[in-house]
Write a protein that binds this ligand. Sequence first.
Ligand code: APR
Length: 308
Amino acid sequence: MRKKVTIVGSGNVGATAAHWIASKELADVVLIDIIDGVPQGKGLDLLEAMPIEKRDSHILGTQDYRDTANSDIVVITAGVPRKPGMSRDDLLNINHNIMKTVVGEAVKYSPNCILIVVSNPLDAMAQAAYKMSGFPRERVIGMAGVLDSARFRTFIAQELNVSVENVTAFVLGGHGDTMVPLARYSTVAGIPITELLDATTVEKLIQRTRDGGAEIVKYLKTGSAYYAPSAAVTEMVEAILKDKKKILPCAAYLEGEYGMRGLFVGVPVKLGAKGIEQIVEIKLTPQEKSELDRSAASVKELVAVIGV
Ligand code: APR
């Protein structure tokens, strides 16, 4: 049976995720959007690239949720992207209203799917989707940590002039200015970067990671990042569809882990066919823990505003 992934929102992140997923032949893809013609046009265009790519992925653009029925995964990118000077949090109310309509429709037709939420502010939108869907927590996952870690990895590889393949990194906490890049658990060929770089340089890379989204927004002026975000979505989709049991930093609903309850926060999880198969608890120093708590507190504030 062919796998099916629906992407809600056929804008920059959604369409680019469809591109990566189809060109890796991970699944058939359904693109959906409220703007008439956009998903249809992008879907057909991408479908026509498949003979050249030598891939048999089927791509369908639609505005009808019936076409999304029985998706294995539904990725939600619907929303408004950040404009220059706008924080992720400014998006809160606009994107929450969008989430209200799309989650209901998506889960009605795919009651057994795994939801991957991308819309910002990420952790609050993931929490909204979790509450609206009524799904078990294993099946609602926020995409943030994979992206933030990829940015951190890029900057580490550049700084040390080494292959990105040698670099692993962990970024925990909310997807915002309070995210917590963990230098001690970020390594080059297994060596913690704290052994390879001085504290000032590590701090500089951490700050650039925190500002990574804003750095792109500043360049683009009319939109936000989408290549790296959609590649991050694709890595999560692949881990789930191939049941890889891959440990990745994702936003998950915590029920006591890391001393937190009832909140989406970025933590290391094991992704497999069931979605989040395990939340991995790593030992944090008191400073790391207090940074994570501070980050969670800012997620809590947003969640309180929208009452989810
Ligand atoms: N249903 C379906 N699609 C919708 C809806 C809705 N109710 N509301 C908006 N959309 C669509 C828009 O029409 C648009 O095509 O969502 C798409 C968003 O695409 P872009 O504006 O290109 O934004 P993008 O860069 O893809 O970012 C999407 O991901 O990274 C986050 O902060 C970002 O929240 C934003 C989201």
